[in-house]
Each structure stands twice: as structure tokens, then as C-alpha cells.
Design a protein around this ligand. Structure first.
Ligand SMILES: Nc1ncnc2c1ncn2[C@@H]1O[C@H](COP(=O)(O)OP(=O)(O)OP(=O)(O)O)[C@@H](O)[C@H]1O
Length: 258
């Protein structure tokens, strides 16, 4: 099988600045206070994903999952190490990314599709399907700046899922969509998986990860905590009461449905 994603000792560090203005910074320096700090969101992470594998990316809030997806997607570059991918990548990583708030939903479909590498002809061909899946109804010709976050994600997910990609990355959509839409997204993602595309699915929901994924990767404070079997990975991530509750809650909501 061909390698689809290679993450090789990838590290991403952010600088946190405590002051906004030059004056505040100067004052802090004079008082010998800290003006900035660094934070390693992804810390020396390595793994390889084969084409067609379906990965559940799990871990507590702030463990670095979204940052890792951004490195895979190419929105961010690692400070150290490297991330290599093969083929076209699509997915929904940040709600509203690639949307222009003053353009209508209709125009944004074309804009977003172009950003994801679709030609105008391809977008025209898939336009009705994209609109039907997004189901934003009469708001199609409204500026997306007036959309709710759920509507944003419907439109974003719908465009992304219609791109003929080799790798599909799914993050936030299931956090903001309503239950019927989440169910629709999960069904569509299962089709993506069954079609042999590589899937990386960020989720806290053990049920949907069990149904959708054939391998689990767990991040812990930016480091690779676990990489392997789905059930063992789900068991691994349940290492404190709060996480367990969150997992069970989402399972009740969704897992059994798909
Ligand atoms: N641009 C940024 N600048 C500074 N810190 C950042 C930036 N992006 C992310 N971080 C920090 O990096 C850490 C990891 O964030 P990330 O969004 O990757 O976590 P996550 O596992 O996806 O969390 P969640 O489950 O809450 O979505 C967090 O502490 C976050 O505050």
C-alpha cells in the first residue's frame, strides 16, 4: 500500500504574548515581568498513514489535534520535522475558513471550491448536490457573514465532501452541526472511507470512532500518547472521569445512529 501521510518528528511551537502594545511591553520589561512565552502544541510526533486507512484522532481539549490537522493540511508548517502528504487534501478544519463574509452562500461555494482545487466546471457540475447536502435553504443567496456557526459548517463541510480528494480531514463540523446534520456527515464520511480515501477524523465520540476508524491515534499534551487498535485507543483516552463522561454522552447522542 502507498503511504498517504507521513508525520516525521513534527513539532509546532506557538509564542504567547502577554501584552498587546509596545508601551505595555516596555513597562513589563522595566518591571522585569515576562512578556512572552512559548508553547509546544505538537511535540515531536511521528506516524505514517497508508492510503485508505481511517484514523480516529483523539485526546483531551488542547492536546494538539487541530494543530496536527493544520500541519497535515499544509495551513501551518512544522517548526521542526516534516509532514508529507500524497494527493489532494480536503476537509473541514476551521469553521468558516476560506469563506468571505460579504459574499453570498452561492458565491462562497465557488470560492471555497476553488481554494480546495476544484475547477469552475467541476463546481458547476456538483453545485446542486452541494446545495442539497448543505441544506441552507433560502439563505443560499444571503451573505454568509449573517450565517449561524452551524450554517457555516454545513456549507463548508458540503463543499469539502464533494471534492474528489485522496485525503479527507474532519474536525470541527461535528461539534457545531445539529444532530440530523451530524448523522448525515457521518454517513457521508463512511462513504468516503469505503471509497478507499484516507480519512483523519477528530472526535471525542467513541461510538462513531469505533464505526468509522480502523486505527486510533491519541495526543497527550502535544505528544503521541497512543497509536494502534481502536478499542485499545478508546480505552487509553478514557484516563480521567471527565473525558469518560464526554465520550459516553456523545455516544448516546450519535454512536448508535450511524
Ligand atoms: N495560533 C495559536 N497561537 C497560540 N496558541 C495556539 C494557537 N493555536 C493553538 N494554540 C494552542 O495549542 C494548544 C493545542 O490546540 P489545538 O487546537 O491543536 O488542540 P485540540 O486538541 O484540537 O483541542 P480541542 O479538543 O479543544 O479542539 C492549545 O493550548 C491552544 O491554545
Amino acid at each position: 500500500m502507498a503511504e498517504s501521510i507521513v508525520v516525521d518528528h513534527a513539532t509546532k511551537t506557538f509564542t504567547l504574548r502577554y501584552h498587546r502594545t509596545f508601551k505595555q511591553m516596555t513597562m513589563a520589561r522595566l518591571k522585569r515581568q515576562e512578556v512572552s512565552n512559548t508553547f509546544t502544541a505538537v511535540d515531536d510526533v511521528s506516524f505514517t498513514v497508508e492510503q485508505g486507512e481511517s484514523i480516529g484522532l483523539m485526546g483531551l481539549n488542547g492536546s494538539g489535534k487541530s494543530t496536527l490537522l493544520k500541519l497535515i493540511n499544509g495551513i501551518m508548517r512544522p517548526d521542526d520535522g516534516r509532514v508529507l502528504t500524497r494527493g489532494r487534501i480536503a476537509g473541514l478544519i476551521a469553521t468558516g475558513a476560506g469563506f468571505h463574509p460579504q459574499l453570498t452562500g452561492r458565491d462562497n461555494i465557488f470560492l471555497n471550491a476553488a481554494i480546495l482545487g476544484m475547477s469552475e466546471a467541476e463546481t458547476k457540475r456538483k453545485f446542486d448536490e452541494i446545495v442539497e447536502f448543505a441544506d441552507v435553504g433560502k439563505f443560499l443567496d444571503t451573505e454568509v457573514g449573517h450565517y449561524s456557526s452551524g450554517m457555516y459548517s454545513r456549507l463548508g463541510f458540503s463543499v469539502a465532501i464533494h471534492v474528489d480528494s485522496d485525503i479527507f480531514l474532519a474536525d470541527e463540523v461535528l461539534a457545531v452541526g445539529d444532530k440530523p446534520f451530524k448523522k448525515k456527515c457521518l454517513q457521508r464520511m463512511q462513504e468516503v472511507r469505503d471509497s478507499g480515501r484516507t480519512l483523519v477524523y477528530v472526535s471525542h465520540a467513541a461510538g462513531s470512532v469505533r464505526k468509522m476508524c480502523d486505527r486510533v491515534i491519541v495526543l497527550e499534551h502535544g505528544k503521541l500518547g497512543f497509536d494502534g487498535d481502536v478499542d485499545a485507543g478508546i480505552k487509553y483516552v478514557k484516563y480521567d472521569g471527565e473525558t469518560e463522561d464526554a465520550l459516553e454522552q456523545e455516544d448516546d447522542d450519535l454512536g448508535a445512529d450511524i
